[in-house]
Design a protein around this ligand. Structure first.
Ligand SMILES: [Fe+2]
Length: 296
């Protein structure tokens, strides 16, 4: 069976068929998936009931895993439900029970409902993220993706000239503050010191330009904070219009893989009384490439 990728109707994302990702992949299949990622930036694989080990093995076809031991994590290792390499995006505690809505871990998770790019608060933000749907609530819980290449291309000439050369500061503090969660420890504040990234980034493979927006972006170098926040808010509104968005309605066994260098995403609400068990593996990325100076 050979791999085929077709566009998902009415969106920029693609759906992969003819591939069993629970098994080791050959070089041609890895190359086909990578080419699909460069074209679509979001790929959906259906009916892939992965174990954590299989998910990690599939992910490692495309690079190195992000190091979860590094700074910027709010849960101690012994409080994790899942093993190393797996990021837990469920609403479950380490014992597999639904966590309290008063739990500060839950407050951190809630801010994932803001549009963001994974690990944009790190010097080397994530390359790909892979989210595996294990247990899906009966209502809501979609994950939405916005195409930052299309959003950049659709800017008018004046705005393209404005964003050219702009540098943003990203920190987890900004995205948590946006939902009123400001109760951070001095250690967390130190660990989440802002990092700087270009607002327009160039994809290292395709060369396409995109807006590197994220809820973690809370300042623009050389601008006042209110001016920067309003500018970023307007730009985010533009970039997340429905014409740039694919909304994924989960089924158990779905795996969705996205390129954080070309997209933003957000989680959508669900009934907290129901279990949502989704598990992410993440590939480490390099510092973003800025757009060439002549582009405006
Ligand atoms: Fe995310």
């Amino acid at each position: 069976m050979s791999v085929s990728i077709r566009p998902l109707r009415g969106s920029f994302a693609g759906e992969v068929s003819g591939l069993d990702i629970t098994r080791p992949l050959g070089a041609a299949d890895v190359a086909a998936v990578e080419a699909g990622m460069d074209t679509y930036a979001v790929l959906v694989f259906r009916e892939q009931h992965l174990t954590d080990e299989q998910q990690i093995a599939f992910t490692r076809n495309f690079g190195e895993l992000e190091n979860y031991q590094s700074a910027g994590h709010i849960r101690k290792r012994e409080d994790h439900r899942l093993g190393p390499g797996m990021a837990d995006f469920s609403n479950l505690d380490r014992h597999g029970k639904i966590m309290s809505t008063d739990d500060r871990v839950w407050f951190f998770k809630l801010a994932d409902r803001l549009w963001h790019s994974d690990s944009s608060f790190r010097p080397g933000p994530a390359k790909y993220s892979l989210l595996s749907g294990r247990v899906i609530p009966s209502w809501g819980a979609n994950t939405e993706f916005a195409d930052m290449r299309g959003a950049y291309d659709a800017l008018d000439a004046r705005t393209k000239a404005q964003v050219a050369g702009m540098v943003c500061e990203h920190s987890l503090i900004f995205s948590r503050e946006a939902i009123g969660f400001v109760d951070l420890t001095p250690e967390e504040i130190a660990a989440f010191a802002p990092v700087r990234h270009p607002l327009v980034r160039r994809h290292p493979v395709t060369g396409r330009l995109s807006l590197f927006l994220s809820a973690h972006a809370g300042a623009i170098v050389g601008r006042t904070i209110p001016e920067a926040r309003m500018f970023l808010r307007d730009l985010t509104e533009h970039a997340t219009q429905r014409e740039f968005v694919y909304s994924h309605a989960w089924k158990p066994g779905d795996l969705v893989m996205w390129d954080n260098r070309a997209t933003m995403h957000r989680a959508r609400p669900f009934d907290h009384g129901e279990v949502r068990d989704v598990r992410r593996t993440t590939l480490a990325g390099d510092p973003p490439l800025a757009a060439p100076a002549h582009v405006a």
